[in-house]
Design a protein around this ligand. Structure first.
Ligand code: IPM
Ligand code: MG
Length: 358
């Protein structure tokens, strides 16, 4: 049976980078991959069309689909809307509406880009880290939250951080299972010296770790982990952490790999249905200029083939094609060193298609 893939281009550079990923999907389709692509509005684009960032039709399409490919959402045009109808709210609604609790964010350095990182190449050479970020809990979704007025008339903003045991258990299992297929090390990142939520987090991760005696478990406080990621990132294999810390650490880790424009991500439910998106944002400053790097989105397609469509060979092919265009010296602006020739979004997409050798 055909697999249905929902395509949500979103805002800013979203349509451009998703367009290149769709080129790749269409080549696979022409070569026998049985997929149907269906587009839907999401984020600011959906606000403009329907007044809300995640219209019911879009959510229903995503529920029905086997996988979702998302570009990026948000931009200054919608920044002054109230939080409930901001583009980001659509993204959070999709994550919780589809139960996508496990966010996999690999930070992998392609050898050809060793000099594109702001860190010394010996620090990042052969880097291969997987950040497993919990995605449907924590302070992102905790209630109560809001801005209230105190008795003295001053306003106070507040949010609630919490994690249930079951939420910690299932994300810990994803991390340990992932580590088993890699270098068998998990570092759990928390703030257990200060936060009660983190104390429970650490206790439960340690308990689940006992089920995986072949995987080495360590713990780091998030401030130390941030420092270690730039000091000696190769000490890490799998990092497992909560929603907020994972958001911050994954942006930090992206720079180890040369550019945030290189990093794909998968957000999975308990049946490996997933949403796939680059970890970078909508980059409104370069939107519509054919300048953005489409590789993170194309690599997100590879993750989709690997995790949701169970086609690891095709996923390998895409990753090999990306490696080959980088080895050929092709660079979008974000990964070019000064003086290097820069190609456009669509030229980069075409180069990957050409390298695919179907
Ligand atoms: C991310 C983004 C989102 C997040 C925003 C856009 C809501 O930063 O996917 O990392 O904070 O999770
Ligand atoms: Mg983020």
């Amino acid at each position: 049976m055909s697999k249905l893939i929902a395509i949500l281009a979103g805002d800013g550079i979203g349509p451009e980078i998703v367009g290149e990923a769709v080129k790749v999907l269409n080549i696979l389709k022409n070569n026998g991959l049985d997929i149907i692509l269906e587009e839907a509005p999401m984020g600011g684009a959906a606000i403009d069309q329907t007044g809300v960032p995640l219209p019911d039709n879009t959510l229903n399409l995503c529920k029905k689909a086997d996988a979702v490919l998302l570009g990026a959402v948000g931009g200054p045009k919608w920044d002054n809307l109230e939080r409930a109808i901001r583009p980001e709210k659509g993204l959070l609604g999709l994550r919780s509406g589809l139960n996508l609790f496990a966010n996999l964010r690999p930070a992998l350095l392609y050898p050809a880009l060793a000099s594109a990182s702001t860190l010394k190449s010996e620090v990042v050479e052969n880097l291969d880290i997987l950040i497993v970020r919990e995605l449907t809990g924590d302070i992102y979704f905790g209630q109560p939250r809001g801005i209230r007025t105190l008795e003295n008339g001053e306003r106070q903003g507040f949010d609630t951080m919490h994690y249930c045991e079951s939420e910690i258990e299932r994300i810990a299992r994803v991390a340990f299972e992932s580590a088993r297929r890699r270098n068998k090390k998990v570092c759990s990142v928390d703030k257990a010296n200060v936060l009660d939520t983190s104390m429970l987090w650490r206790e439960i991760v340690t308990k689940i770790g006992k089920e995986y005696p072949d995987v080495e478990l360590s713990h780091q406080y998030v401030d130390n982990a941030a420092m270690q990621l730039v000091r000696a990132p190769k000490q890490f294999d799998v990092i497992v952490t909560g929603n907020l810390f994972g958001d911050i650490l994954s942006d930090l880790a992206s720079m180890l790999s040369g550019s945030i424009g290189m990093l794909p991500s998968a957000s999975l439910d308990s049946n490996n249905k997933g949403m796939y998106e680059p970890i970078h944002g909508s980059a409104p400053d370069i939107a519509g200029q054919n300048k953005a790097n489409p590789l993170a989105t194309i690599l997100s397609v590879a993750m989709m083939l690997r995790y949701s469509l169970q086609l690891p060979d095709l996923a390998d092919k895409i990753e090999t094609a990306v490696k080959s265009v980088l080895d050929q010296g092709l660079r979008t602006a974000d990964i070019a060193r000064s003086g290097e020739k820069v190609i456009s979004t669509s030229e980069m997409g075409d180069a990957v298609v050409a390298a695919l050798k179907m």
